[in-house]
Design a binder for this molecule. Structure first.
Ligand code: HEC
Length: 181
């Protein structure tokens, strides 16, 4: 191999190197990097992710009127005997037990029994006991009257609650009419 051949080889390597360097530099200047303002791909949030992020809000109760329309007084009375009668009497003029007597409570004022030692929260409630309010109260007493003295978890079954309210509303000389669905 003569020196001419070696020179050609060296030149080839140099040219290749220069070409490599130049294309790199030119390329870098041609392509300008932009940051996207919005992500190009939006992955849908996993189901329940939003619910987990938002503070847990209790689901609203179904309207009481349609449930009352198909409620059964006798079933309600049986539930009341089982769930409530250790603390409440239901007859006219009945005595307070742990809780107040409940004759005439539907449509009557909150804290309706004269002389009963109600919680401050219950005494602070104004207006009559409507069907809707009884529905909320009996679903979860501690949520309806924070600090209530009624130590009862609530009736979670919507129809059973309506049956109980239907029975309560019969405990009067002139029962308040049931709401129309
Ligand atoms: C462990 C005893 C207990 C049980 C069980 C109980 N209650 Fe009560 N109830 C109370 C007490 C005590 C109060 C008074 C609450 C207050 O002052 O915050 C009350 C208040 C009430 C009131 C409001 C009365 C008013 O004058 O405003 C209603 C209505 C009522 N209860 C219905 C029921 C029904 C219906 C049941 C059964 C499903 C039931 N309670 C089960 C103890 C009880």
């Amino acid at each position: 191999m003569d020196s001419m051949e070696i020179n050609k080889g060296v030149a080839a390597v140099l040219v290749a190197g220069i070409a490599f360097f130049l294309t790199g530099t030119v390329g870098m200047n041609l392509v300008v990097e932009h940051r996207l303002e919005k992500p190009a791909i939006v992955t849908p949030a996993a189901p329940g992710a939003e619910a987990a992020a938002a503070p847990a809000k209790p689901a609203p109760l179904p309207p009481i009127a349609p449930l009352l329309a198909k409620a059964d007084v006798a079933t309600g009375e049986a539930s009341v005997k089982k769930l409530c009668s250790s603390c409440h009497s239901f007859n006219e003029g009945g005595k307070a037990i742990v809780g107040p007597n409940l004759y005439n409570v539907v449509g009557g004022p909150h804290a309706h029994m004269e002389g009963f030692n109600y919680s401050a929260g219950m005494k602070a409630k104004t207006g009559p006991w409507t069907f809707d309010e009884l529905n909320e109260w009996l679903h979860q007493p501690s949520a309806y009257v924070p600090g209530t003295r009624m130590a009862f978890a609530g009736i979670k079954n919507d129809q059973e609650r309506a049956d109980v309210i239907d029975y309560l509303h019969t405990l009067s000389h002139s029962p308040v009419p049931l709401p129309t669905p």
